[in-house]
Design a protein around this ligand. Structure first.
Ligand code: FE2
Length: 261
């Protein structure tokens, strides 16, 4: 029999909370540490749909990438969105846990999974968070020389996304590709320093694109959701390895909510 604490221990051996950024709020957020867990829902975020499903289908625990409680909460009542959700979760005895910037940086975390999916050769971490390890943000490596135009469909297939936005010249030949899940716009300079030809991430802003052009770096915005949802099946795998009898389901957002459709 597994308890919430056993799942939390597994998650934190994989993605230690010390790896998380100071501004982040990762870990065990709601529920009872000793609760027996048989059924787990994995999602990128907690919203009313995820909670409705968890309640209706008797899930014991929800694991997300993004923290539900992020900043201080001053009131918990049913007059606002987050309050209603917290009340529902506690009434239904559902445990809430998240691994965010710690899972981005972990070995086998978000960025490493991206690197695996894109088959990067000689993959290296872009911004190391620990000396002498590959922990950190982003991966960069080679894919083999190809004209960008001929690589676009592959990107869409790997990330299972219908539309991506390219900032740069699709006629250009690329080889070295950088990947950062979620909002990678803040890392453009570090990525350019690696000598990457192409940087695939999400949430690209107009001024990010301008900065990248000056640094001779092509950007692709494939969406925050799509560049991070890839970790959800990996969490499922780890849970099944912990105990094959656990019932685990990955929740996928309905299409118009992806941000790209
Ligand atoms: Fe994210």
């Amino acid at each position: 029999m597994l308890k919430a604490k056993n799942i939390i221990e597994m998650m934190e051996n994989w993605a230690p909370t010390e790896l998380a950024e100071e501004w982040d709020n990762v870990g065990f957020q709601i529920g009872e540490y000793d609760k027996e867990i048989n059924k787990i829902l994995i999602a990128l975020d907690i919203d009313h749909r995820v909670v409705k499903k968890a309640v209706e289908e008797n899930f014991d625990m929800i694991i997300t990438h993004h923290p539900f409680i992020f900043q201080g909460i001053k009131k918990i009542n049913n007059l606002n969105y987050d309050g209603k959700i917290i009340i529902d979760l506690i009434k239904n005895n559902i445990v809430i846990y998240n691994a965010h910037t710690n899972l981005d940086q972990a070995i086998g975390g978000v960025n490493e999974e991206l690197s695996n999916l894109f088959d990067l050769e000689n993959s290296k971490t872009i911004v190391n968070s620990e000396e002498n390890t590959q922990k950190g943000y982003g991966k960069v490596g080679n894919i083999g020389k190809i004209k960008l135009e001929d690589y676009l469909e592959k990107i869409k297939t790997i990330l299972d996304v219908k539309k991506i936005t390219v900032f740069g010249d699709v006629e250009k030949e690329i080889n070295k590709v950088a990947l950062i899940g979620g909002s990678g716009g803040g890392f453009i300079e570090e990525v350019a320093e690696t000598g990457a030809d192409l940087f695939i991430t999400g949430d690209i802003k107009y001024h990010d694109a301008q900065k990248a052009e000056k640094l001779d770096l092509i950007l692709i915005d494939a969406g925050h959701y799509h560049t991070e949802k890839i970790i959800l099946p990996v969490i499922k795998e780890r849970l099944k390895e912990l105990n094959k009898d656990l019932e685990v389901e990955v929740y996928e957002k309905p299409s118009p909510l992806y941000g790209i459709y």
